[in-house]
Design a protein around this ligand. Structure first.
Ligand SMILES: [Zn+2]
Ligand SMILES: [Zn+2]
Length: 144
């Protein structure tokens, strides 16, 4: 989704719930709205600190947690590497993860709805969300 459009969605969701938008919080939102690389809280912190040197890691955590609570960011928890976040697509979708450098990309997932429907039909479950991760080596790590 377009960065500006996505950013406005997040801002709207925060405003509706009466949350203040501080400049630091805005910086976090911008990073997450783009979030093509699914950043960790630490990497968001490093980026925000370039413009706001007094920002604390706790502030970043609080903002990310708030966004997660209101459904505006998707958390990808990994036992080995901790959590990474997608604020561009806050709904469940598959990911491809490089086991060497930790790169995470969103694959084309056009058939996910179909798969979900099929699973619901066969299992009798009312499926609310899913988690689908593919692991391997990214193009850069394959040639390196
Ligand atoms: Zn890699
Ligand atoms: Zn993603």
């Amino acid at each position: 989704m377009d960065l500006k459009e996505r950013l406005n969605q997040i801002l709207e969701a925060l405003r509706q719930r009466g949350h203040r938008i501080t400049p630091q919080r805005m910086a976090v939102l911008k990073i997450l709205a783009e979030s093509k690389n699914h950043p960790s809280v630490e990497s968001i912190y490093q980026q925000v600190r370039q413009d706001f040197p007094t920002t604390s890691l706790a502030t970043i955590y609080k903002t990310v947690t708030l966004l997660k609570e209101i459904g505006q960011v998707l958390e990808l928890g990994f036992a080995d590497w901790g959590s990474r976040y997608d604020g561009n697509k806050p709904f469940p979708h598959p990911h491809i993860i490089c086991t060497k450098c930790g790169a995470i990309v969103d694959p084309d997932y056009a058939s996910m709805q179909e798969i979900t429907r099929e699973m619901a039909r066969k299992s009798g479950f009312a499926i609310s969300h899913h988690r689908l991760d593919f692991f391997g080596l990214c193009p850069k790590c394959q040639s390196g």
